[in-house]
Design a protein around this ligand. Structure first.
Ligand code: CO8
Length: 262
């Protein structure tokens, strides 16, 4: 049972179709070190394999921070050689192989690497006290876990430049308006909202959900014409699924569909 694996920097629970990964380094405002990255990626893969889990939620412990960045303590003495040879933080690419939707439930500061981890998720929901920023230039470095690439796609060039070059932070409301965040709720509604999102996803065909997530994420990688071809083929192939037959039959019979993931 993957939930009984003893992680040191995260807590993992699974209930009600949602697998939840909680970053748990409160003394460092949940700053992410190499071990935390390895554990998050490991846990996400373990949850991805569990048939009872239909969506993965990543959140931060406490009410102050989702994650206040990569761990500055770990990075401060690092040389270029060390970063290069140990491929510092490269392990995050493993998250892209997860098929189930990943929901970031941002409960406070999501700065630097914290903002970047949120952007690795498929959907970001935020509590009203959430705060997004990429303050790396203040430390003499730049975002290194996708900040310069994903933020521009989420909020556009000018705003992304403002956040990364000028240290502007986005409140939850601003991040919502800018399109970085899909829903904003009160802090005590954050996890209920994430779980309800997961439950809703769980009631659908997980193959259809995985196909849709895959197609949306392909849009980042390929030109529009190829993306449209990719989507078309995935759409056609959906007619090989029993879930397609069930979904459309249920509509015609005016009843709730009962998907079997086939
Ligand atoms: N790393 C390590 N420790 C941290 C971090 C961090 N990112 N953020 C906060 N902490 C620690 C503080 O050092 C402090 O520890 P202590 O109590 O032992 O002094 C504790 O958490 C509480 O923090 P504060 O006292 O500072 O709390 P405040 O409420 O005063 O301030 C802030 C909260 C504004 C969030 C503040 O802590 C802050 O500015 N933190 C740093 C934010 C930051 O710069 N993040 C970017 C880090 S760089 C990064 O993420 C690079 C990513 C790219 C990686 C590339 C890999 C290839």
């Amino acid at each position: 049972d993957e939930t009984t694996i003893h992680y040191r920097t995260i807590n993992v629970t699974a209930a009600d179709a949602a697998g939840t990964i909680t970053i748990c380094r409160p003394k460092a405002l949940n700053a992410i070190n190499t071990l935390a990255m390895e554990e998050i990626v490991h846990a996400a893969h373990a949850l991805d394999k569990r048939p009872d889990v239909k969506a993965i939620v990543i959140t931060g412990d406490g009410t102050k921070a989702f994650a206040a960045g990569a761990d500055i303590m770990e990075m401060a003495g690092q040389t270029y050689d060390e970063a290069y040879h140990k491929r510092f933080m490269e392990g995050w690419t493993g998250l892209a192989a997860v098929r189930k939707p990943i929901i970031a439930a941002v409960n406070g500061y999501a700065l630097g690497g914290g903002c970047e981890v949120a952007m690795m998720a498929d959907i970001i929901i935020a509590s009203e006290n959430a705060m997004f920023g990429q303050p790396e230039v203040n430390l003499g470095v730049i975002p290194g876990m996708g900040g310069t690439q994903r933020l521009i796609r989420a909020i556009g060039k000018s705003k992304a430049m403002d956040v990364i070059l000028c240290g502007v932070r986005l409140t939850a409301a601003e991040a919502h308006t800018a399109g970085l965040v899909s829903r904003v709720v009160s802090l005590n509604q954050l996890m209920p909202e994430a779980r309800s999102m997961a439950r809703n996803i769980a009631s659908l065909s997980s193959i259809a959900i995985a196909k849709a997530k895959d197609c949306i994420n392909r849009a980042y990688e390929i030109p529009l014409s190829e993306g449209l071809r990719y989507e078309q083929r995935e759409f056609w192939s959906a007619f090989a699924l029993e879930d397609q037959y069930e979904g459309m039959q249920a509509f015609l019979e005016k009843r709730q569909a009962s998907f079997k993931d086939k």
